[in-house]
Design a protein around this ligand. Structure first.
Ligand code: 5GP
Length: 231
């Protein structure tokens, strides 16, 4: 298979069918814009399986995604999107950079979800940007950005109860979107790498923060999330 792209957590290969790609999920883990590096055993398998499960479930709710099907433990067959250079973060609670930016303690509840836009640019460290910057950088038109916002909020409305039923608080998560034949589609992944997932009862962190913050029990947390998500 021809390797098209290798990122920090995934490899992307061309498939035999034009317009279709194969995503391979790696065990490699990075944090703080690549400054911290390591491996999380079976992370690739957890993230591929979880992404397939959640994207399939979202598609049943009429949210278009790039997923065609899961090929095996680590590989997903997906549509080739024209990616939008944005990271869209939706937050239901205060954590991470929102806590640092606002001074609000982690764990503070939020009445209405907060949506943030980040410019996907490793050299700049993915800075927070606003709607005017999106227009300035030609990342999306105002109409397209409105559709992206609507779609991200709708995904949050579906995912919150999905996780709640499984004893998990969806604190925040990052989405990436792209275009396929004029249609906005959810791309990339939804996994413990891209979400903050806290146990509803104990508030234990069951996500990549265990790696970022050296909390231990990283592999166990990923397996616990997979177990709950696959039910
Ligand atoms: P924060 O801005 O607090 O660091 O992250 C907010 C949420 O978005 C977290 O769930 C985090 O996992 C996710 N997120 C933000 N940027 C990235 C990124 O570049 N890579 C990954 N994997 N997740 C991100």
């Amino acid at each position: 298979m021809e390797l098209l792209y290798e990122g920090k957590a995934k490899k992307v290969y061309r498939s035999e069918v034009p317009g279709q790609l194969i995503m391979e999920f790696k065990d490699d883990a990075t944090a703080f814009n690549g400054q911290k590096r390591g491996q999380i055993a079976d992370k690739g398998s957890v993230n591929a399986q979880m992404t397939a499960r959640i994207f399939q479930w979202l598609m049943e709710k009429d949210i278009p995604t790039h997923l065609i099907r899961r090929l095996d433990d680590r590989h997903l067959l997906v549509r080739q999107l024209t990616m939008i250079g944005l990271e869209v973060v939706v937050r239901n609670g205060v954590a991470g950079s929102l806590s640092q930016r606002t001074g609000l303690p982690e764990g503070t509840a939020i009445d209405q979800p907060v949506l943030e836009l980040y410019y996907k640019n490793d050299a700049l460290g993915d800075p927070l940007i606003n709607d005017d910057h999106v227009r300035l950088l030609h990342l999306a038109s105002p109409q397209e950005l409105a559709a992206i916002r609507r779609q991200a909020m709708q995904i949050n409305e579906w995912l919150r109860p999905f996780f709640q039923e499984r004893g998990i608080l969806l604190v925040d998560f990052k989405l990436e979107f792209g275009w396929f034949e004029g249609q906005l589609m959810l791309g990339d992944e939804i996994s413990p790498d891209t979400c903050r997932l806290w146990d509803s009862q104990t508030r234990e962190r069951l996500d990549k923060d265990r790696f970022r913050r050296d909390l231990g029990g990283v592999e166990e947390a990923y397996q616990e999330i997979l177990k709950r998500v696959m039910t």
